[in-house]
Design a protein around this ligand. Structure first.
Ligand code: NDP
Length: 446
């Protein structure tokens, strides 16, 4: 039996602690990766034609040496994020530039600068080894991994670890990410695996859930209060579906935007009463590539007033170029537009008069600091926020899974099985699972 099969079998058999730590490590493991030699392969093509199924390879790569503050994690399951899409279509930049910059930072950083980039910014699994400086984790621990890759040597990180000058997203701006059989993580990325979830349900949350937590709940984001109304673009998507849960949990009023009747029905099942089907309404915020149509912003604003009787306090913004003009317009006087992305284009245009004359705020937000990621994981672990897993692919089909996200073909999150041989494994708290089964499996059933 190969080393990796022995590791998989031991985990499935419930082997723990030192017995896991004693298992020999493989020299090379499978990972979903892109290659430097192919980074120009889509040059000149429109974004929609750049196909992750052509650029993503699932191949063995050598396991790098472990730094003192790191851990090897046997990855049972991982997830697709939009950053997996960006890496695999080399947009807006090839991520090899990020790896080269990290490579210049330190001796340990140099390991990341390879002619391949192992992607993936989410994982659930089991700790195999820890470096000599790791205190709080040991082999055999069942974990989920958040993607904040930063060290605490930078004083600017001490209030908010997202503020560190060397803050990176693991598996996007660093190598050896979660879409692999073994991942290399900083120990401070580790969090306890929610016991009531399967490996794949536990793997899909950390990146999107923590981002939405910071955007909606945290003082670093909107810090929404009771009764505030929040317009959520892509409300059944990766980050949107967690945002809906946070708004509801915090006593807010979500107004969810989606693009099909199927998604509208799913959103209502999530308890989001106010739903806008942007396709059915036929909004056309841009007349052509260079000209927006303020009448269409007004039409959206009227629709919101019809639904909730007033304007929204907060807009949860991420589509970017296509929607930002409308987002700035529909936020109430004194309201907040909080943005973490620009899926449809990052050269944004909005009418600044609506911002300043109405005393609105436009605020940038990015992932989550350690405390926020930990809090967001705690809420998942207690069954107060639920995974939004809708589809599962094996690691070998990572390219197809990324294609699905790129083309807006899936709701919620897509999970990827790495060492887990099938779905449904890894649950150790059946009672908590039974209590929330309907919500945990909602996206999978749709
Ligand atoms: P998903 O693809 O899962 O969901 C995005 C949703 O946005 C879709 O479901 C779609 O919903 C909606 N959408 C897409 N295009 C448009 C458009 N032109 N106008 C209006 N709505 C649109 O992606 P994620 O939610 O995971 O990520 C969204 C963005 O946020 C990505 O760009 C990602 O890179 C970024 N992101 C940033 C993070 C950060 O830390 N800064 C963290 C996580 C994500 P529908 O068609 O139903 O309306």
């Amino acid at each position: 039996m190969s080393e990796i099969d022995a590791i998989r079998t031991a985990i499935l058999d419930g082997v723990t602690g030192d017995d896991i730590g004693a298992l020999p490590l493989p020299e090379a493991v499978r990972g979903a990766l892109v290659k430097t030699e192919e980074q120009e392969m889509f040059a000149g093509l429109p974004s929609e034609e750049k196909d992750p199924r052509k650029s993503v390879h699932v191949e063995d790569f050598p396991l790098p040496e472990l730094a003192p503050d790191e851990a090897y994690v046997a990855v049972m399951a991982s997830a697709i994020n939009f950053n997996t899409v960006w890496t695999s279509i080399f947009e807006p930049l090839s991520t090899f530039g990020f790896l080269q910059r990290l490579g210049r930072e330190s001796v340990w950083g140099k390991r990341h600068d390879q002619p391949y980039h192992v992607m993936g910014s989410d994982a659930s699994g089991v700790v195999l080894r820890v470096g000599s400086a790791v205190r709080n984790w040991k082999p055999g621990d069942r974990v989920t991994v958040h993607c904040l890759h930063v060290d605490d040597q930078d004083p600017s990180a001490h209030d908010d670890s997202m503020m560190a000058a060397n803050q990176r997203i693991w598996g996007f701006e660093s190598n050896f990410g979660g879409l692999a059989d073994v991942a290399v993580v900083k120990a401070n990325q580790l969090m306890p695996k929610p016991a009531h979830l399967t490996w794949e349900e536990a793997a899909v949350n950390a990146l999107c859930n923590s981002t939405s937590y910071r955007m909606i709940v945290s003082p670093n984001g909107a810090q929404m209060t009771q009764g505030q109304a929040v317009l959520i673009w892509g409300a059944t998507g990766g980050i949107g579906a967690y945002a809906v849960q946070y708004v509801r949990n915090g006593g807010g009023i979500p107004v969810g935007v989606v693009s099909s009747e199927k998604r509208a029905a799913l959103l209502r099942e999530m308890g989001c009463e106010h739903v806008i089907d942007r396709r059915a309404e036929g909004y056309k915020f841009w007349k052509d590539d260079g000209t927006q149509d303020p009448k269409e912003w007004l039409r959206l604003g009227k629709k919101i007033r019809e639904l909730i009787g007033r304007d929204v306090d907060i807009v949860f913004e991420h589509p970017g170029r296509q929607t930002m003009g409308a987002s700035v317009f529909v936020a109430k006087r004194g309201g907040l537009v909080i943005t973490c992305a620009a899926t449809s284009g990052y050269m944004i245009e909005y009418d600044n008069r609506y911002l300043w004359m109405n005393l609105k705020t436009l605020k940038g937000c990015h992932f989550a600091n350690y405390r926020e990621a930990w809090e967001a994981n705690r809420l998942i672990a207690e069954g107060r926020v639920h995974p939004t897993l809708s589809k599962v692919y094996p690691l070998v089909d990572t390219g197809e899974a990324a294609y699905q996200v790129h083309h807006n073909l899936a709701e919620g999150k897509i999970g990827v099985l790495c060492l887990a041989p099938e779905e449904g494994l890894g649950v150790t708290d059946e009672a908590l699972r039974a209590q929330h089964l309907d919500q945990i499996t909602l996206f999978r059933r749709h």
